[in-house]
Design a protein around this ligand. Structure first.
Ligand code: XIL
Length: 359
């Protein structure tokens, strides 16, 4: 039988998986307990899950997942306290549906963070305190999507958090988390940090957090594709190469921050957003050619070779899912089936699995 992934990586970093409301108690359990020593909730610790209605906290599922982790000696990453997405609309409005004042918003945020972080004190070792607060299209608060030529400038995402709270909400979020559990490591989490311009904007935000000793690490999501995308931003930055990601890791480590790879998966599609062209879809596992599987395995191998080279800078590498039967990428792009993880739909190890354990 195959090696245990986390045992293979015992000298390097923890190996995590995102679980949902069923995978921690269904057929995925043997994979989880054998291969992973860290866990994160895919959705069950987000605001809409924990406090769907003001003042009504529901920890049922999150508690069960944490208990599962504790019973199996797994670390728990907490994801996430403040995000523009999966946050109920009541947070931002008053009873007549008008936007709340900054004071009320920050108060609600502090209350949420204090309640959640206190609830899990001593059991969650790292929190993604703020998720995706920096973007390249700050005017409308949305990402530039597939067309990076639309990017104007990088800065705070124009979310409801920012529109009402200004940049202070970020500092206040980290202050509340620090106060509620001084022993938990506090992270800022985001994607596309390998774009130089985005990283510069993130780093200037981080400098403010560092001056109050409020941040311990940076989470790099790493939703990657089978090929590095070739789009260029302001004619100089190429995405998703191993080299760019390595530079990014070193840049954050140079600030004294611990790096976690927080949401790793490698889509079997190029970042062409050709999801409307069904002729390009790999509908079934049988349609995945050996050439495609080899390419996928090689891409994983190249990233893990680099992660091991930099293991003193990296504390945790977490996959965004366990096996291909249950991956957010198969819902994300108009139902296009994807195969981004190390285990297939039958929960068997893939070429990609062997490529990252064979060293
Ligand atoms: C995703 C989940 O995987 C989906 O189940 C959910 O419908 C939407 O959110 N970046 C993040 C994660 O920080 O929280 C997102 O998770 C994926 C992108």
């Amino acid at each position: 039988t195959e090696a245990s992934l986390h045992e293979r990586y015992a000298d390097y970093f923890a190996i995590g998986a995102a679980v949902d409301s069923t995978s921690y108690k269904d057929a995925h359990v043997p994979l989880l307990t054998k291969h992973f020593n860290s866990i994160v909730c895919e959705n069950e610790m987000k605001w809409e899950s924990l406090q769907p209605t003001e003042g009504v906290f529901d920890y049922t599922t999150a508690d069960q997942i944490v208990a599962f982790a504790e019973a199996n000696n797994m670390a728990v990453r907490g994801h996430c306290l403040v995000w523009h997405s999966q946050t109920p609309s009541w947070v931002f409005v008053d009873q007549s549906d008008a936007p709340v004042t900054k004071e009320i918003l920050i108060d609600r945020m502090r209350n949420h963070i204090t309640n959640v972080v206190t609830h899990f004190r001593g059991r969650v070792s790292a929190w993604d305190v703020v998720n995706e607060a920096i973007t390249g299209n700050k005017e409308d608060g949305e990402d530039a999507g597939e067309d990076l030529s639309l990017v104007q400038s990088w800065g705070y995402r124009n979310s409801d958090w920012y529109k009402i709270g200004g940049e202070d909400y970020i500092l206040e979020a980290f202050r509340a988390a620090r106060a509620a559990d001084p022993d938990a490591k506090l992270f800022y989490n985001d994607y596309w940090n390998y774009l130089d311009e985005k990283r510069e904007a993130i780093i200037s935000m981080i400098e403010k957090l560092k001056s109050e000793n409020l941040i311990d690490g940076v989470g790099l999501q790493c939703h990657l594709n089978i090929e590095p995308a070739q789009e260029k931003l302001t004619n100089q930055t190429v995405h998703q190469t191993v080299e760019n990601l390595e530079n990014e890791i070193k840049a954050y480590a140079a600030l004294g921050l611990e790096v976690h790879i927080t949401e790793l998966d490698v889509s079997m599609y190029t970042r062409d957003y050709g999801s409307s062209d069904e002729s390009k879809w790999h509908r079934t596992e049988a349609e995945l050619t050996d050439a495609l599987k080899d390419k996928h395995a090689t891409r994983y191998k190249e990233f893990f070779d680099m992660f091991r080279r930099n293991s003193e800078l990296i504390g945790n590498v977490t996959f965004w899912g366990v096996a291909d039967d249950n991956t957010w990428l198969s819902e994300f792009d108009s139902g296009r089936p994807d195969y981004p993880l190390l285990f297939d739909k039958q929960l068997k190890p893939k070429k990609a699995f062997y490529s990252v354990t064979d060293f």
